[in-house]
Design a protein around this ligand. Structure first.
Ligand code: SAM
Length: 263
């Protein structure tokens, strides 16, 4: 199968862990994070302009998921975050400057969106977009996406986006990659059966990593049937600033669509 997809990507699905083992993995992963940290990368870039600071002060509290909603594992439902009932709910992990999340929220007012981005300047850019064109169907967190993921109830989400996650190139830093066995267990738990996990990268080694991790996970299946399926964006794709920049440098994007297997 991997050869027909155009790369020697691993497609074995030999991983048959029990639920008990999954729980153990999650606990170990959290407990063994280097220096007790679960979040890596920069949180602050250039100082914010006075205008962005004002927007952050005004809008962050309105869009933020309250801390008390994240206290209890596997208990958070969209109904606890939104006053209106939405037909579906998607989660974007590491939304950067938020243009993808903002565009989706505007395009699909009947879908609820949750987003996480710890980078202050990215959050300020996203909230500036919300200031120009508010969206009631979005809730966000300026922190580690896994805090939301662990709080979400079982089979809550229709889909998860992880677009261009930090590749952490050095081998000793691979454990920092957000797509890993323990986190995939959590993503699998919070997705509805048939729910989508959509990952992209313009770093070939990172795309390979994500394909390997997700195909080895018993809960996910790769939807690609031909190489074109991962080389071309899916229909209706919203191109991010990061993607445009990559394309200018002749970087090739991989679009990896996985689906949670039915129970
Ligand atoms: C290379 S950027 C890509 C940004 C955006 N997804 C895009 O495609 O333009 C990776 C982003 O993931 C964020 N990130 C890293 N670890 C994260 C975590 N644990 N939770 C949420 N976001 C995270 C970083 O702050 C950064 O903004």
């Amino acid at each position: 199968m991997a050869a027909s997809l155009g790369k020697s990507w691993i497609s074995s699905r030999t991983c048959k862990r029990s639920l008990a083992k999954q729980d153990q993995n999650e606990t170990e992963m959290q407990g063994s994070a280097p220096h007790g940290r679960s979040l890596f990368g920069r949180r602050v870039g250039r100082p914010l302009s006075a205008q962005k600071k004002e927007i952050m002060d005004r809008l962050l509290p309105a869009y933020t998921i309250p801390a008390d909603k994240l206290e209890h594992p596997a208990a958070l439902t969209p109904e606890k975050l939104f006053t209106k009932k939405y037909a579906s709910c998607w989660f974007e992990i590491g939304f950067g400057y938020g243009e993808h999340l903002a565009a989706l929220a505007r395009k699909n007012p009947d879908t609820a969106y949750i987003g996480a981005e710890p980078f202050l300047n990215g959050m300020a850019a996203f909230l500036s977009e919300m200031d120009e064109s508010p969206a009631g169907n979005v809730r966000i967190l300026m922190d580690d996406a896994m805090k939301i993921a662990r709080a979400l109830a079982d089979e809550t989400l229709d889909g998860i986006y992880i677009l261009n996650p930090d590749p952490w190139h050095k081998t000793r830093h691979h454990k920092r990659r957000i797509v890993n066995e323990a986190n995939l267990d959590v993503f699998c738990r919070i997705l509805k059966p048939g729910g989508e996990l959509i990952m992209t990268s313009d770093v070939e080694a990172m795309a390979e990593w994500m394909v390997t991790q997700a195909t080895n996970h018993p809960g996910f299946e790769w939807t690609a049937k031909t190489a074109q399926d991962w080389q071309q964006p899916p229909a209706g794709w919203f191109t991010t600033r990061y993607e445009v920049k990559g394309a200018k440098n002749a970087k090739k994007m991989s679009y990896l669509l996985f689906r949670k297997r039915p129970a």
